[in-house]
Write a protein that binds this ligand. Structure first.
Ligand SMILES: NC(=O)c1ccc[n+]([C@@H]2O[C@H](COP(=O)([O-])OP(=O)(O)OC[C@H]3O[C@@H](n4cnc5c(N)ncnc54)[C@H](OP(=O)(O)O)[C@@H]3O)[C@@H](O)[C@H]2O)c1
Length: 299
């Protein structure tokens, strides 16, 4: 059974992605896509030591040239791919630029996963699953995010996002508008793809407030808030998760064969609603067409 299926996962070298890669390896060959060759080799070794199969593809998902090369390499592997999981993501406080000179958070979280999906989709068999990891921070009405002063996605346009420009009136916490906007685009694109492409299945997962990952970097205060406080203090505790629990939910969605598409799952694997804007079909289509226009010269 193991050799008959293959799953691609981006960002398998820490947190939720690492645990999901180990889970997926029990079900097929895992194509590990990450920016550090050394870290990938370590995950590959762990999977192989457990008697499973894995292959590594080095890719910086924030760099569109690297994404293009990785997609080519993945196709050339000739493996029976039945699932693509776009998990790699960042939430830095400080804004930096990607290789193309774009906002690093937007390039990593939205543009990289969008481009990888577009390049691989024609090569995936009928019924294959594409799962994108979103975040409830995109929703300005989401209770835990609202309490923390987050204002949801602040999309002006794809071009403006690459320049790190967000709609006025955003969060006071550094980096949050970029993160929320990028994840709103991830969610909106997932829903647009599900409508556009009925040959494949596209779903999104909000993994919950997941402690013990590297998201947010090495900031001790952020780690403490996400690692300990949120797991016990309501209403945050209601949405609390661990990388292992998130991995189980994500694996279930990625390996599902019932044909579900266009669904946004919460940290318990139940369908949830995204922000009002992310559910607006016109907004979804606008995000997709503007992103396509932006990426057209890299295809
Ligand atoms: N933790 C939460 O509470 C939470 C909540 C909602 C959504 N999420 C989402 O869940 C996903 C996983 O996050 P996590 O919490 O597990 O964080 P994490 O531990 O920091 O893992 C992020 C993964 O993405 C990889 N990555 C980052 N930038 C990359 C790039 N340019 N190219 C290739 N790979 C890159 C990292 O690789 P390196 O090991 O090389 O750094 C790592 O493997 C993200 O999309 C995140 O936004 C997390």
């Amino acid at each position: 059974m193991e050799n008959k299926k293959a799953y691609i996962i981006t960002g398998p070298t820490s947190g939720i992605g690492y645990e999901t890669a180990l889970e997926l390896a029990k079900r097929g060959t895992v194509i590990l896509v990450g920016r550090s060759k050394e870290k990938l080799q370590q995950v590959e070794r762990t999977i192989k030591q457990a008697g499973h199969n894995a292959v590594s593809v080095v890719c910086d998902v924030s760099d569109m040239k690297s994404v293009k090369q990785a997609a080519k390499q993945i196709i050339e592997l000739g493996l029976p791919i039945v699932g693509l999981l776009n998990n790699a993501g960042i939430m830095p406080q400080k804004a930096t630029k990607s290789t193309q000179g774009w906002d690093m958070t937007f390039a990593t979280n939205h543009l990289g996963s969008f481009m990888l999906t577009e390049l691989l989709a024609p090569h995936l068999p009928d019924g294959a699953n594409v799962v994108n990891i979103a975040s409830a921070i995109e929703d300005p009405e989401r209770k835990p995010a609202k309490i923390m002063g987050m204002k949801g996605g602040r999309y002006i346009s794809a071009e403006a996002s690459t320049r790190g420009e967000w709609k006025a009136g955003g969060a006071k916490m550094a980096g949050i508008d970029a993160y929320a906007t990028s994840k709103q685009c991830v969610l909106a694109s997932t829903m647009a793809f599900a409508r556009e492409n009925t040959r494949l299945h596209f779903n999104a997962v909000e993994p919950g407030i997941t402690r013990g990952t590297n998201l947010g970097g090495a900031n001790a205060i952020v780690s403490f808030i996400f690692g300990h406080l949120m797991a016990i203090i309501p209403p945050f505790s209601k949405y609390s998760s661990t990388p292992k629990k998130s991995a189980n939910v994500i694996t279930k969605v990625l390996t599902d064969i019932s044909g579900k598409t266009g669904i946004y799952f919460d940290e318990k694997g139940e369908p949830m609603l995204g922000s009002e804007l992310s559910r607006d079909i016109k907004f979804q289509d606008r995000v997709v067409s503007e992103t396509r226009a932006l990426l057209s010269k890299y295809n």
